[in-house]
Design a binder for this molecule. Structure first.
Ligand code: PMP
Length: 366
């Protein structure tokens, strides 16, 4: 009899997937999605466009129109853009191209767990640096990790998931100066932040830049398109060419390319939504502080807070919220995040439901 466990690559056996349990609740604030679908006109335009797809033909391998639209939005050259099925696939392509067996990847914890997870699946050694108790990355720690481990890929995340804290320009410059390899700034939540590493790329010469800097973005948050699975990376043209060699042929289907291109026409609407989410983020943050919770300053579409004032542990509060039909992300068993929960900024009504449920818990305590 085959021992099934022996079939799996030995270094993968200990890995666990990255999942957020989806429960049947009324208020879902656990996966940092946008609270509302794209505008109706987007759906109408896409439905019309889909009728003209030549389904018997492979998609445009270069995703020409979508790349052009993304490039126009960011004021870069299309040769600086690579699009894939969600920014997770972009991150995987980066690890396959610039990482691999015998190479080291640096992360700064707590951060987006998929950086380390994807790196391990392509057999990189992962070295974890630490953030301070404000969840900021100190320059000394960044330098230490880089000089000790000489990473082929240094992952920074701005704003950082799950803490919401932005990265500083100084740290990104320091990483670029000191690291021997590629520096990735994951800006999945970039539109909600005051700062973007894209400015650095532009200053360094755009398409012809020698700077080994890659900035990743997604359609899953601002663009209300988590269901489409679209993400992209912007970098110097030579890095994009290297990554394209690793992508599977025709990895991006025709319907998805159309969906992305059409979505980008609704920029004004999307910007208005980002502004509304940022306003709600401020309101929730104040309300959490008023209830006595420690909450970290966030530049993303979510907030991290600690459940201590309830007198109950993170698991317990998470469960109590579920019982009130409110689902948030339970981070309390993650290293360094004891008692922490992460809440996505939702619609004003959903946010009220969340805050009322917490107020309820606080009242039950007194
Ligand atoms: N990066 C970060 C920091 C994220 O939080 C997420 C989504 N949770 C992703 C990348 C992946 O996004 P997607 O694959 O949906 O584009």
């Amino acid at each position: 009899m085959t021992d099934k466990n022996q079939l799996v690559r030995p270094d993968l056996r200990a890995l666990e997937g990255y999942h957020s349990p989806q429960l049947d609740v009324e208020v879902r604030l656990n996966t940092n999605e946008a609270p509302t679908p794209p505008p109706d006109a987007f759906g109408d335009e896409l439905a019309q466009a889909i009728t003209s797809i030549e389904w018997h033909r492979y998609p445009d391998r270069q995703a020409t129109d979508l790349r052009q639209s993304i490039a126009d939005m960011h004021g870069v050259d299309p040769s600086q853009v690579m699009v894939a099925n969600g920014s997770n696939e972009v991150l995987q392509t980066i690890c396959l191209t610039f990482g691999g067996a015998g190479r080291t990847v640096a992360t700064f914890e707590p951060t987006y767990a998929m950086h380390g997870q994807i790196a391990r699946t392509v057999q990189c050694d992962v070295v974890e640096g630490e953030r301070n108790d404000r969840f900021e990355l100190e320059a000394g720690e960044l330098s230490r990790v880089i000089s000790e481990s000489r990473p082929a890929i240094t992952f920074l995340c701005s704003p950082n998931n799950p803490t919401g804290t932005p990265e500083s320009l100084e740290n990104i410059e320091l990483a670029l100066n000191e690291a021997p390899g590629v520096v990735v700034v994951d800006e999945a939540y970039g539109q909600f932040a005051a700062f973007t590493a894209l400015d650095l790329l532009a200053k360094s010469g755009g398409a012809g830049s020698d700077l080994p800097l890659l900035v990743t973005r997604t359609f899953s948050k601002t663009w209300s398109m988590a269901g489409a699975r679209l993400g992209y990376v912007i970098g110097p043209a030579w890095m994009i060419t290297e990554m394209e060699n690793v992508l599977l042929p025709y990895h991006l289907d025709t319907a998805k390319q159309l969906a992305g291109t059409i979505a980008l026409k609704y920029r004004t609407e999307m910007n208005a939504r980002v502004a509304a989410i940022m306003e709600e983020r401020g309101r929730i943050s104040h309300a959490l502080s008023d209830l006595g919770f420690q909450v970290w300053p966030s530049q993303a579409n979510f907030l991290l807070f600690r459940t201590t004032p309830t007198g109950r542990g993170g698991d317990d509060v998470w469960q109590a919220l579920v019982e009130r039909s409110v689902l948030v992300r339970n981070c309390s068993s993650w290293p360094r995040l004891d008692g922490c929960l992460r809440v996505t900024v939702g619609s004003p009504d959903d946010n009220d439901r969340f805050l009322d449920a917490l107020a309820d818990l606080m009242e039950a305590r007194s």
